[in-house]
Write a protein that binds this ligand. Sequence first.
Ligand code: XMP
Length: 513
Amino acid sequence: MQKIIILDFGSQTTQLIGRRVRELDTFCEILPYNKFPKDDPSVIGVILSGSPYSVHDPKAFQVDLTQFVGKVPVLGICYGAQYISHANGGKVEPTDTREYGRANLSTIDFENPLFKGFETNSQVWMSHGDTITAIPEDCHTIASTSDVKFAAYASSTNPLWAVQFHPEVFHSLQGKTLLKNFVVDICGSKQEWSPASYVETTVQQLKEQLGNDRVILGLSGGVDSSVCATLLNRAIGKNLTCIFVDHGMLRKNEFAKVMKMYEGLGLNVIGVDASEKFFADLEGVTDPEQKRKIIGRDFVEVFNAEAKKITDAKWLAQGTIYPDRIESLSITGMVIKSHHNVGGLPKEMHLQLCEPLQWLFKDEVRRVGYELGMPERLIKRHPFPGPGLAVRILGDITREKVRILQDADDIYIENMLNYVCEDGEILYDKIWQAGTILLSTIRSVGVMGDERTYDHPVALRAVTSTDAMTADWAHLPYDFMAKVSNEIINKVKGVNRVCYDISSKPPSTIEWE
Ligand code: XMP
């Protein structure tokens, strides 16, 4: 399959370039700047990203441009543009004023294919400390702003373009057009990357890779592992065994509901109720990190005990997705974060890893889910933390506290699923993630009928986000909040006050613990 290679020089917007290319139904890979693949005929173009460094910085990342310049079309963005200039006899110098923010392209070479369909004065987004003061000899300027003479340039001898602005960000209003011009017109992408083609080729590859081998997969009830399971099920059917561990801190009736859904999908699932063990090990533990550690350790133990029973297993499948992989690889190729929830399988099992979603972004995973005919509600589920409600109960954990939180949370989420907004969209689908937190270390006074109460408050949390790295608190409708609050206080014994968490991330986090 045709692909675009995006070489990452460490910019915060590199992933966004990847998103934009995928939106053009074109497969792309983001690779560390020094990992350009040798002899890969499927590469149809290369994009060089921005960087936190100046080209003059001793730590600046260097790349051998001859690996691809003159062979496939190349587009340098920001640092990429400056690096190409710097490495080919041009000049890059610090500016007195940092060029940052909105700017307009006051001159544009409309004849150049990169600017096909551009409007005069098109708005772009600049973000750089250095600027190009001379371009290489074989290059010519194709766009300028009032402050930046070489806002964009192109080579006359090679298929090479460079822009000092960021076409991938929203504020470059015709950035998508520019990237389409590059990817489709210049590189010749056939725009064949689609969920349907992905499912077809992946199922075929999995059949070849796995043959008649048995595969184990840990299911969490979340979107990624469920899509992974459904894809594998299509490829190898009953040779896939899924394990779903109930630690007792899932949402109300979640274990039973999700098991039923999985069985409806035809999956071969072993459900393990290990809640006794988890509650026993968590007894009296109040420290958030300690709680997480105990749950993580117990989870591995329970999962391993089940996995070991499947003696002929050869593979461990995981629902790892592309952002997990990118976060795990620094541009020097070192692992900086381990992302797997199911870690530490016993070495003696000699399992090989199978990660069929490893190239997909979250929204693509959802599109693949639709393509596989999975239920919409499963695909649109909000993320839920591995340690479950344990990180949404302040203080120690007991079955009774979990019961109270499950009841309150169920009212919150069910109402959210039933609330239709003015634009016709369901409120739940507008929210990245919602959940209830039991503030069980706090009590407050209330009055219920003629009786005084002295119970716990719950906090409602709802955030909007695109990747959970940053998040804003959601502006929920007041009538919705009023209904939820009334229902929780009237129906959930043990709760006499409802608050709404209006903190964004950063500086807060999405979960309370
Ligand atoms: P925070 O609280 O760090 O959460 O803003 C960011 C996202 O990660 C989820 N989360 C977890 N997911 N295991 C998981 O699988 C965990 O231990 C865990 N902790 C937080 C959180 O729900 C949010 O989506």
